[in-house]
Write a protein that binds this ligand. Structure first.
Ligand SMILES: [Zn+2]
Length: 334
């Protein structure tokens, strides 16, 4: 069955203050085929400038009081209840997971890539670092679900750098395992399974936003993005982070590292990520994620999240998804 990607071109008219002549601006409204959210694609006008911020100097400034750095992480971060995990923390490689001091759900976790990586630019987040960090989150989701089966909604997320919502400089991911879905988890879990297949088939056929298949995971640029340079990925056959085996964790980490390498080349140092789990066993639901750039860190920066995104739930970006796909190139195909 073919799926229609709905888009409509609008035109804004104004009189140029300099020439007194009429000026026409094209705006495209697109509808996300999965959740029905709409998004406005604007002509490029430099809303997301590349980073010119001295991240390393800011790292040096924030390090002396950082609770995630060596010597402090053991003393200053909380431990998991023993009914969830007898060790109180979950480790893999250099990654360490512990409860979030500021809980967002009945089970909220923070996982750092390494106590030693206080300074970790986006372009240096490797597949290995991502795989170890993701593996701690997978183990956390499994441990919570084993102890408390009603907490079936798991997600793995990232606020990377302050503009994305991160309150601490030291790079980390965050897990939520809860009895209640977030709004987006609920909307995605309500999508009929066939619609995911139809969407991916349509994007593969059109080709201009489809990035590639890393094995069992397909990557593409969002047709109707909520946020700048937004990518999506879909893993068929599993529906919860708790069901990711080591191979899939490695493959997911590989794709994320490719995408983040692309963001770094495009000049971005801040991003959000959400891997949206549905309860294990949800028939036909593919585990899927959104990854998006956020404004770069600098004093008095412009937030990329405006009244449209926050209060209208409407995306507005000045980088066409097709242009993002072009910039990311063939990195997912080799
Ligand atoms: Zn630190």
């Amino acid at each position: 069955m073919s799926l229609e990607l709905r888009r409509e071109r609008l035109t804004a008219e104004m009189i140029d203050p300099g020439t007194g002549e009429p000026v026409h601006t094209p705006i495209e409204v697109r509808v996300d085929p999965l959740t029905g959210h709409s998004s406005r694609i604007l002509p490029e006008r430099g809303l997301m400038p590349a980073s010119d911020f001295d991240l390393e100097a800011f790292a040096v400034q924030t390090q002396p009081t950082c609770p995630f750095c060596p010597d402090r992480v053991d003393r200053l971060t909380p431990r998991l209840a023993s009914r969830i995990h007898p060790d109180g923390r979950i480790t893999r490689g250099a990654a360490i997971l512990f409860p979030n001091l500021h809980a967002y759900s009945s089970h909220s976790s923070v996982s750092i890539y390494s106590p030693r990586l206080h300074y970790l630019p986006v372009g240096e987040i490797t597949r290995e670092l991502l795989a170890d960090n993701l593996a701690t989150q997978v183990a956390f989701a499994r441990a919570v679900m084993a102890a408390e089966p009603q907490s079936a909604w798991a997600s793995i997320n990232a606020n990377h750098m302050l503009p994305s919502g991160s309150s601490l400089f030291h790079p980390h991911m965050q897990g939520i395992v809860d009895s209640h879905p977030t709004t987006m988890q609920r909307l995605l879990a309500d999508v009929p399974p066939q619609r995911f297949d139809d969407y991916l088939a349509a994007e593969r056929r059109i080709g201009e936003r489809y990035l590639g298949n890393t094995g069992r995971i397909q990557w593409l640029v969002s047709f109707a993005p909520i946020a700048p340079a937004e990518l999506r990925a879909f893993a068929a056959g599993i529906c919860s982070p708790a069901e990711l085996d080591d191979d899939l964790v490695g493959e997911l980490a590989h794709g994320l590292a490719l995408a983040l390498g692309g963001y770094a080349e495009m000049g971005f140092q801040s991003f959000n990520c959400a891997i949206y789990g549905a309860p294990p066993g949800t028939e036909g639901y593919p585990l899927n994620l959104r990854l998006a750039c956020r404004s770069n860190l600098k004093p008095f920066y412009r937030s990329d999240s405006t009244f449209l995104e926050r209060l209208h739930w409407e995306g507005a970006v000045d980088w066409a998804p097709e242009s993002v796909a072009e910039r990311l190139g063939t990195r997912f195909r080799s």
